[in-house]
Design a protein around this ligand. Sequence first.
Ligand SMILES: *Cc1c(COP(=O)(O)O)cnc(C)c1O
Length: 228
Amino acid sequence: MSERLQQSIEERYKSVLAQIPAGVKLVAVSKFHPVSLIKEVYDAGQRVFGESRVKELLDKERCLPDDIQWHFIGHLQTNKVRQIIGKTALIESVDSERLLILIDEESRKKGIVTDVLLQLHVALEETKFGMSEDELIDFLASGKYEVLSNVRLRGLMTMATNTEDMDRVKKDFATASRVFRKVKEQYKDSLPLWDTLSMGMSGDWPLAVEEGANTIRIGSSIFGEREY
Ligand SMILES: *Cc1c(COP(=O)(O)O)cnc(C)c1O
């Protein structure tokens, strides 16, 4: 055994937190990690956690404290919307008009309003989910969102291209930031709560913050590598 002390989860969490500028919200991405580790980060003060699967979020939500704010960050299948409504502080990954309409319907049935982000697709990979810039702008221009009174559009979430090429990553974040600000300006009357730009993960969050992210989603720098 090496004498070198392993950093505890709490230490990792605190060191991440110490690097994040004031005004930037940290979502601790706990997907694939057990409740016991989430509890350690919770005990260190964190209240916002991100999960990418419905069942996993619901299982964890049941056995962790009520004051946790759960962010859903994965692809949300339409047949699972009903189960998750009322359990999230923010659904970050609304990637289609159809999904948004469904979230609105299910929220109305439960008599609540659900905060959501639209997921913008800027990465080069086709595999990533999200609306293209054109789709998103066309959707907002249609005004269809205005009748959806049980969802609140709070902003954008995006993932950069998965590459070592940091110029490309920076370009992706700059694109998302431009779209975010354009919508904020053009829709300041109809979308007064448009305030959240969620981008940046363990490997690229400083660039995201440079480009204007005010919410970042960090998993492995806090919890360690995931075992899928
Ligand atoms: C898993 C995930 C993250 C966190 O990724 P890390 O590299 O572990 O920090 C952030 N955002 C989304 C959408 C994810 O799926």
